[in-house]
Design a protein. Structure first.
Length: 87
């Protein structure tokens, strides 16, 4: 629903000839919504109770894993790439 609303709001920019790379921007937004949906689905899958005997992963552990891996990827991949970019 979020991706649909973004497309509807962004459709006005498609018909404005002064705007450039509108489709690229819309596709980035839609890709971001897709990634967010995958993340939320994965969180629910990890936190679910698989059997009656086993408990799912506690929410704070999932949030901690998200924060750790997000920080790790930002510091080891994204920041070095943006540091090397010109401009």
């Amino acid at each position: 629903m979020n991706a649909t609303s973004v497309c509807i709001v962004s459709a006005a920019a498609l018909f404005d000839p002064a705007q450039q790379d509108v489709l690229l921007g819309i596709s980035f937004i839609n890709f971001g919504c897709f990634i967010m949906a995958c993340q939320l689905t994965l969180e629910e899958y990890v936190m679910r109770d698989s059997d009656e005997d086993e408990e799912g992963t506690p929410p704070l552990v999932v949030v901690g894993m998200e924060g750790f891996w997000g920080s790790f990827i930002m510091m080891t991949v994204i920041y070095p790439i943006t540091y090397m970019m010109p401009g």
